[in-house]
Design a protein around this ligand. Structure first.
Ligand code: SAM
Length: 284
C-alpha cells in the first residue's frame, strides 16, 4: 500500500476563504495538516492594500513575518513545503529583503530547497536607465522576482504515487529554475496578484492531488482558485473582507477535476480579530 499523507482533518478548517489575521488563523489550524504553503507577503513598500499599512520599521516588519513563519511551521506536515515569493525592492532604495527572509527562515529551522527566478519579461516597459550609456550610475531594472522554496524537517513529501498529476514535459520544463512567466495583467483592484501560471507550476511540482495548499496572505485568491482547479484542498487567509469576497467568487468558479471533487469554498471570518480563536460560523 502506498503511504498516504494526511488529508484535511476538519471541513471547518479547509476549503475555506477566511477573513482574518494570518497568525491568528494559522493558530486555529491543526498541527501538521498542510502540505504546501505558497505566499507573497506585503513587502513593506507602501503598496496601497485595502485595510493594511504597508510601511513599518524594517526590524518590526521582519519580526512580524518571523512570527508568521513560526505559526506556519507548526501546521506544515513533515516534508511540507513553503514557497515564498519576494520581489526585489525599488531601484533607488534597493533592500535585499529576500536575503533577510531566507536567513530568518533557515534560523527558524526551515530547510532551504532552492531559489527559482521568476522572469517577468517586463523590460519592454522600462523607463529608468539611470545614467544612460555611462558607468556613472546605471540602473538594473528588477525584471524578475524570487521564488524561495523551503521544507519542514525533511526533503521528501510522502504521498500516494497515483495522486501525481504532473506530465513528463511539465516536469522537465519546471525543473529548470528560470521561469519566464508574464505578470498578471487582470489586477481586479489588487496591487500585486499572482499570475495563475506561476501557481499552477508550483502546485503541480510540489504537491500531490488531494493535498492541502494554503496562502496566508491570499489577496484575490489565486492560490485557492488554482488549488481547487487542480484537485487540492485549500485555505485562503487575508485580512481584507473585499479581497476575501473576490477570492470566494473566484474559487467558487474554479472547476476541480472529476477524480478530485474538491468542494466549493465557505466564506468565514475569524472570531475575535485580535487573536487566536475558533472560526466563526460561515457568513455565506
Ligand atoms: C502581496 S499581497 C498577496 C496577493 C496574492 N498573492 C494574489 O494573488 O492576489 C499581500 C496580501 O496580504 C494581505 N494582508 C496584509 N496583512 C495581513 C495580515 N496580517 N493577515 C492576513 N493578510 C494580510 C493584504 O490584504 C494583501 O492582500
Amino acid at each position: 500500500m502506498p503511504r498516504r499523507t494526511p488529508g484535511p482533518r476538519s471541513p471547518r478548517v479547509f476549503d475555506r476563504i477566511v477573513e482574518g489575521d494570518a497568525i491568528a488563523v494559522l493558530d486555529s489550524v491543526p498541527e501538521a495538516s498542510v502540505h504546501l504553503a505558497i505566499t507573497s507577503p506585503p513587502y513593506n513598500l507602501r503598496l496601497p492594500y485595502r485595510g493594511y499599512t504597508d510601511d513599518r520599521p524594517h526590524d518590526e516588519y521582519l519580526a512580524w513575518l518571523g512570527d508568521v513563519w513560526r505559526a506556519l511551521y507548526r501546521v506544515l506536515v513533515p516534508g511540507g513545503r513553503f514557497v515564498l515569493n519576494v520581489a526585489p525592492t525599488s531601484i533607488k532604495n534597493f533592500r535585499p529583503i529576500h536575503h533577510d527572509l531566507s536567513t530568518d527562515l533557515r534560523r527558524l529551522g526551515y530547510i532551504m530547497r532552492t531559489e527559482i527566478i521568476w522572469y517577468k519579461q517586463t523590460m519592454g516597459r522600462r523607463t529608468a536607465w539611470g545614467s544612460w550609456r555611462s558607468p556613472s550610475n546605471p540602473h538594473i531594472v528588477p525584471s524578475w522576482e524570487y521564488v524561495l522554496v523551503f521544507s519542514k524537517e525533511q526533503w521528501k513529501l510522502p504521498g500516494d504515487p497515483t495522486a501525481v498529476d504532473i506530465a513528463a514535459k511539465e516536469f522537465e520544463t519546471f525543473s529548470d529554475g528560470f521561469w519566464a512567466i508574464p505578470p498578471e495583467r487582470r489586477r481586479a483592484g489588487h496591487p500585486a496578484p499572482f499570475p495563475e501560471a506561476l501557481i499552477e507550476r508550483l502546485v503541480k511540482f510540489y504537491s500531490y492531488r488531494g493535498n492541502v495548499v494554503i496562502d496566508m496572505f491570499g489577496g484575490t485568491g489565486t492560490v485557492a482558485a488554482v488549488a481547487r482547479r487542480l484537485g487540492r484542498h485549500y485555505l485562503h487567509i487575508d485580512s481584507s473582507s473585499e479581497y476575501c469576497r473576490q477570492a470566494f467568487e473566484r474559487t467558487r468558479a474554479a472547476r476541480p477535476p472529476a477524480e478530485a471533487p474538491i468542494p466549493p469554498p465557505v466564506l468565514a471570518v475569524l472570531a475575535g480579530a485580535a487573536g487566536p480563536g475558533p472560526l466563526a460560523a460561515p457568513v455565506d
